[in-house]
Design a protein around this ligand. Structure first.
Ligand code: COI
Length: 349
């Protein structure tokens, strides 16, 4: 791997007590290009602009995808990266569906480790803060014929971050717009899945909500995801989350929470279709104890209000309930306070 170090660091410009998600980037980035059917040698270089012409393929046809994971400052002063092997696999799942070349998983993992080592000083030290890693890939041929790109660029950039949401999360159950459909690309982290959600989310924001609860495209009866996150409910003594499908992203936080919940044994764990009607009935009968989003950026995000057909319903957001306990357990593993019995952390020397 070719490494060119930045002449000076920009870290002095960062106010680590007031981080705004994804707005400041560390000193270095990784770039790797795919040409003539093969990936070239990756390069780590100072963070900065990438030049291209207006015919850049991805600007026209959107063969673009991304990943998201985090590096944590651990209690012993070392830095650990959380389950990046899973991100490498998911990136390639997205790449296959978007007809893009797969990126070698060992290079993905090695590249991240090298990059985080170089910018280790950028990993925030405060609890609940982390260095957000953003690998992404896009079609970088320069032609506007409507066929797949021939060249691709893979990059990793990194941003020090704090908590994603502040304050209450009010969600609206969406029955008009759709995030994904069967046979589509909903299970991938392609850029368009996010861009395509902005309009509907903004409509919900105008009504005072923070995010949308997406329902299935056909009947709008099934709960699918919440905003950019997977969704979970505690109803009676069960933790319930919709099963994975080609419409739902295989969240790594979702998978980690399912593992901890199954092992913890406090609640019955159910991965199964869940209807809007079931959630609303449980809510009205006082059996819906918690509702929350699960994702890399926000980790666990408690939902305080569900809006359905013009009516708002409050939900408890207990500080000592299931969602916060599992978030705390995940945080403890990430900080090296609790044993990492699943080998989720890659600890850098
Ligand atoms: C996540 O929840 O980790 C996401 O994918 C959010 C990201 C789009 C900022």
């Amino acid at each position: 791997m070719n490494i060119t170090k930045a002449k000076s660091s920009r870290i002095g410009d960062v106010d680590f007590d007031n981080l705004i998600f994804g707005t400041q980037f560390s000193d270095h980035m990784l770039v790797c290009t795919y040409k003539d059917g093969a990936w070239e040698e990756p390069e780590i270089k100072p963070y900065g602009p990438i030049s291209f012409t207006p015919a850049l393929h991805t600007l026209h046809y959107g063969q673009a995808l991304f990943e998201g994971q985090k590096a944590y400052y651990m209690q012993d002063g070392r830095v650990g990266i959380f389950r990046e092997d899973m991100n490498a696999k998911r990136l390639n799942h997205s790449a296959r569906r978007m007809f893009m070349p797969e990126f070698p998983e060992e290079l993905f993992v090695e590249g991240i480790a090298e990059l985080v080592k170089i910018d280790k000083a950028w990993v925030p030290k405060k609890k609940g803060h982390s260095l957000y890693l953003r690998p992404f890939m896009f079609g970088s041929s320069e032609f506007v014929a409507a066929r797949p790109s021939e060249e691709y660029t893979f990059c990793i950039i990194m941003s020090p971050v704090g908590p994603y949401y502040s304050g209450d999360v009010k969600v609206k159950i969406e029955e008009t717009y759709t995030r994904s459909a069967s046979g589509g690309v909903g299970s991938t982290k392609c850029a368009g899945n996010y861009g395509g959600a902005f309009y509907a989310t903004n409509e919900a924001k105008k009504e005072g909500y923070t995010q949308i609860v997406w329902t299935d495209h056909k009947s709008h009866e099934l709960i699918e995801e919440s905003g950019t996150m997977n969704i979970g409910f505690v109803i009676d003594d069960s933790f319930i989350t919709p099963p994975l499908s080609d419409r739902i992203l295989a969240g790594i936080t979702r998978d980690s929470i399912l593992t901890l919940a199954k092992d913890g044994g406090k609640l019955k764990v159910e991965e199964r279709p869940i209807k809007v009607e079931e959630v609303m009935t449980a809510l009205k009968e006082g059996r819906l104890k918690e509702a929350f989003g699960m994702g890399t950026a926000a980790v666990v995000s408690q939902i305080s209000t569900i809006g359905f057909r013009g009516e708002d319903f409050e939900i408890e957001t207990p500080a000592d309930g299931f969602a916060m306990a599992i978030k705390e357990e995940l945080t403890a593993i990430r900080m090296g306070v609790k044993e990492d019995k699943y080998n989720w952390m890659t600890i850098l020397d």
